[in-house]
Ligand binder design. Sequence first.
Ligand code: ZN
Length: 342
Amino acid sequence: MENKNWQIFGHDWAVNLLRTHAGTDKLRHAYLIVGAQGVGKRTLALRFAQAINCENPPRQGDFCGVCKTCRQIGAMSHPDLDLLQPQEGHKDILIDQVRELQHRLSLSPYVAPFRIALLPDFQRTTTEAMNALLKTLEEPAEKVVLLLTADALENLLPTVVSRCELIRLRPASLKDASAYLQSFYDLTDEKAELFAHLSGGRIGAAIKLAQDPEELIRREKHLGDFLDLLPASLHERFKLANELSKPYDKAREKTAEVLPIWLSFWRDVFLCSFDSDLPLVNVDLTPQIEQVASHIDAGAARELVILHEKAFQQLDAYANVRLLIENLMLTWPRVNLTGSRG
Ligand SMILES: [Zn+2]
């Protein structure tokens, strides 16, 4: 099937379904695209918005990509495209924002056939705001399409989910993700494989790694610091805790950057500790991961994963970021790593 302009990799069935909806009477008034961060939810939503409103669709369900509408939607600057996301300084979408959106959606579209509301990461919405949106989902205005995305169904009200056409996106296989990267970027086999592993097959996340060398440099630095601390004393470890917790107003942000990296390492150690055949994330550190795994049993590795996952959740609520990091560092085993880094 021809769907060249969509340029969506690994979600053919979703693209084909949406193509049969755009421009036909199958079009629903609300869609919910669910999947892990970086899997391609927002991109798919925007392509669908283009297909719904394109001025010169080359064929049923497709879009041209070059008309004014297509370009403006692609740049998220179309007058009939409303984007709803948390305001600066807020974690969640608030009820007042939903009410303002509802008012805008009650007006006819300015130029395009449909007014489209894009609500990415809708899990970041207060319960009362989700409840407020229910009214729109139940009695939508004509010529309105709502496109919601979320990381997981469990984080939404079931009443919201049941009123949407549900599209679930799964990560690509690591082999496919790596091949895809190499067809678009000039990457060695080794790099493409590493990016596929680091992103877990989430194409959006993999592209980000391929496009932004800074992302990889940050990872290298944080992993380097972390590996240096594995054989180190608490005194040495707490120096890094101190560093991460300063200045006070940046502590949360700095910690949020290192925590996922620590967690991914412990998850890899856990997988290694019971010879799981699931792929490692930090595939370039396989020797180090194996060494650490040989020092602790699967139960202890699992406990470390749980503690780091918990710390992730606590980071928003916890008053004392430094204490949170120190508590984690206390749980790390002391391991002397031999040999150079892979
Ligand atoms: Zn177009």
